[in-house]
Every structure is written in C-alpha cells, then in structure tokens.
Ligand binder design. Sequence first.
Ligand SMILES: Cc1cc2nc3c(=O)[nH]c(=O)nc-3n(C[C@H](O)[C@H](O)[C@H](O)COP(=O)(O)OP(=O)(O)OC[C@H]3O[C@@H](n4cnc5c(N)ncnc54)[C@H](O)[C@@H]3O)c2cc1C
Length: 329
Amino acid sequence: MAGIWVYAEHRDGNIRKVTFEILGEAKKLAEKKGEELCAVLIGAEVEGMASKLGAYGAQKVYCVEADCLLGYTTGGFTKALCDLVQQHKPSILLFGATTNGKDLSARVAGRLGVGLATDCTGIALDDAGSLQVRRPMFAGKVYAEVAFSEATPQMASIRPNVLAAMTPDETRKPEVIKVTPDVKPEDIRIEVTDVIRTGGEKPDLTEAEIIVSGGRGMKGPENFQILEELADVLGGVVGASRAAVDAGWRPQSDQVGQSGKVVTPNLYIACGISGAIQHLAGMGTSKVIVAINKDPEAPIFKKADYGVVDDLFKVVPSLAEECKKLKSE
Ligand SMILES: Cc1cc2nc3c(=O)[nH]c(=O)nc-3n(C[C@H](O)[C@H](O)[C@H](O)COP(=O)(O)OP(=O)(O)OC[C@H]3O[C@@H](n4cnc5c(N)ncnc54)[C@H](O)[C@@H]3O)c2cc1C
C-alpha cells in the first residue's frame, strides 16, 4: 500500500485552505498506520506549490502536469487521478468537500468502483487501521459513523473548516514526483468557456472564518449594507438565507443551507433568520452561532450559543459600532 493521499486543490496558484486542514489530520492517521502521507497536485504548472504541501505535512507530492489540465475539468482530472491511483494503490484518498472536490471525488469513486463518504466532519482509524468517518445526516439532525469495506482506496470528502491544519514548517521538504499523465482530448468532454467570479477579494463563504448572514427579516436588499459594515469590521463575509436569495436581495452564491452552501465558520451571526431546518443544515456545525431575532420563539435560538431578542436594525449597527471602538483601542 502506497500511503494516505490527499488531493491538493488549488486556485489561482494557491493551495486551498481545506487541503492543509486535511493534511493535518491525515498526518496523524498516516503515523498511526505506518504509511506515507502524500499529496496530489494536478494542473498545468503546479510544481511550485509542492513545497507548501511539504510544510503542512506531506512527505511526497505527486505533480501531475499537462497543458490540457490548465483549468479544472471533471474528465481530465478524473483520468489523471484514477491512473495514478491505479498505479500506486493508496489505502486512503481524501478530498475537500468543496465544489470541485465533491465533483472530482464522486467521479473518481465511480470510475474506481469504490465507496465514498461525502461531506465528513471527522476522520479516524478503527482498530484494524481502516478509515472511519463521521458525517452529518438528515440536515445535521444526526451523525453517522461510517466504516468502509476492504475495497481501496477508502475515499472521503471533508467539510472545510472542521479540521485543524498543523503549524507549517518550511524546513520540511517533500519528495516531489513529476508525472506526465496520459490524458487525451477525448477524455475531456466538457469545455469551460467562462469563469464568473463573485465576491471579489473576499474569501469564499465556505472558507470564511466569520459570516454575517441575513434573512427575510432584513426586509430589502438595501438593508444588507448594515451586515456588510459589520462583516467588514469583523473581517468576515455576508451570507443569506434562501428567503433573501429567492426575493432577489442577494446572489445565489451567498445562500447558506441545504440547497446552498455548507459553511463551518468560527463565528456565524444570523440576522433576521428564523432557523428553518434547511438553513441549519448549512450552518449548524459553525463553531459559535449568534442569533439576532425579534421573535423569542424563533427556532434559531435552539441552535444558537448566544441570542439577542430584539430588532436587528437596532442591534446590528450598535454591534458594528462597538466592534469598531474595540478595534481602534
Ligand atoms: C427543499 C428545500 C430546500 C431549502 N433550502 C434552503 C437553504 O439552502 N437555505 C435556507 O436558508 N433555506 C432553505 N429552504 C427554505 C427554508 O425552509 C426557509 O423557508 C428559509 O430558510 C426561511 O428564511 P428566513 O429565515 O430568512 O425567513 P423567515 O422564516 O421568514 O424568517 C424571518 C425571521 O426574521 C425575523 N425578523 C423579522 N424582522 C426582524 C427584525 N426587524 N429584527 C429581528 N428579526 C426580525 C422574524 O422573527 C423571523 O424569525 C429550503 C426549503 C426547502 C423546501
């Protein structure tokens, strides 16, 4: 067996944070199992990112490079990764449960004919050294402990922001293995014609450490300005409930929940959001939840660590003001 592998997702020449988080936990598993921890980078020119993966724990980095892999495509990346897996036969293969990670892991598992546990919030080894994962089910109402059959690789995708990355050590140099994949034009059956970015320089909701979200209680799109101000002071980003998105007040990319994004920030501030089960499904694993709602019976208070029963139009601006004062002190 050739070790525990982590698919190293990257964007604009930077490794995505979730990859470092997975490496941190996977390192412990690799040590326990007595196997190597490897990362797989796929793209056109990716070797420059390999040392960073080493700093975060990868002992070996496979750099799979080809011009046709410049942008992510399901077909191209699946072919490149499956060929490598079939050649080296890792025991465990882990992905971030991001948009690309979810897409790629599902296709790779299908191609390899093995199982896949998706959107996990914990990974461990059982007594026999087999992967065991924890994943929320039924919109976060229950957690399942998932065991794997003996088929390898045992595959899972891990939710961003739930595992802790280790402190990087730049002196740790990984072994870099360059791979020329056998990907042909016919393996890539879709063509990406355009990438439309939202959110500018701000982090993606799924990677944000602080999210200030607004719901129907915001009453209109213009009022989200007060959430933007609070988010700016806190260094966070703005999210929304589906009611706010369906009303056209926020773009769909801001939606948190079962049919939106699943987020796990350190702090989630829900403003004028009732806390429907479909919303909780997207933010219920946030580390600290603050709810601001004028209805004391709103279900969000059952999930919140801190609750403010009051008019958000009073509370949010004063909260932003206080935070500004604290920051300037
Ligand atoms: C299949 C399916 C998928 C879904 N997916 C999602 C999803 O991904 N994400 C999602 O969010 N929802 C989703 N929903 C919708 C979900 O069921 C709820 O309808 C939605 O979350 C409600 O949004 P809300 O809390 O903003 O609005 P509401 O439920 O209307 O709540 C508004 C809240 O604002 C409070 N409020 C009003 N004015 C003020 C004020 N001035 N100050 C303080 N509080 C105030 C009210 O007390 C109320 O609690 C889905 C539904 C279905 C059926």
